[in-house]
Design a protein around this ligand. Structure first.
Ligand SMILES: [Zn+2]
Ligand SMILES: [Zn+2]
Length: 116
């Protein structure tokens, strides 16, 4: 069975954003924080450490026309929650429309997400 056979788990059940894998145990939505345990993932194999690039390659882009996770460099930004000074910068581009890109930051310490 292919790992990607059941594809729904890759996307946030709340807002439909492509989930990112925090660890081998869970994936979470970069936008709204929705979390999914790896255990709940159907057709699971051992390949949990995937990147957006891997997913895109695997799915040959067909499901990712809408949302592209572009990059997550670490920038200096104080966390509104714990005051930690570093955050990962996320930029998500929607291909449709003129919305351009959505930018948000995720604290590297407490993983709190804040929108630009
Ligand atoms: Zn979400
Ligand atoms: Zn924080």
């Amino acid at each position: 069975m292919a790992f990607w056979q059941s594809r729904d788990f890759l996307f946030c059940g709340v807002c439909g954003t492509l989930l990112t894998f925090d660890s081998v145990h869970s994936a979470s939505c970069p936008l709204c924080g929705f979390k999914r345990k790896a255990k709940e993932i159907e057709g699971k194999e051992t390949r949990y450490t995937v990147t957006a690039e891997d997913i895109r390659r695997e799915l040959k882009m067909d499901l990712l026309d809408e949302v592209l996770v572009v990059q997550r460099p670490v920038v200096t930004r104080s966390c509104p929650k714990c005051n930690h000074s570093k955050a990962e910068y996320h930029s998500i581009q929607t291909r449709s429309a003129d919305e351009g890109e959505t930018v948000f930051y995720e604290c590297t310490k407490c993983r709190y997400k804040s929108k630009e």
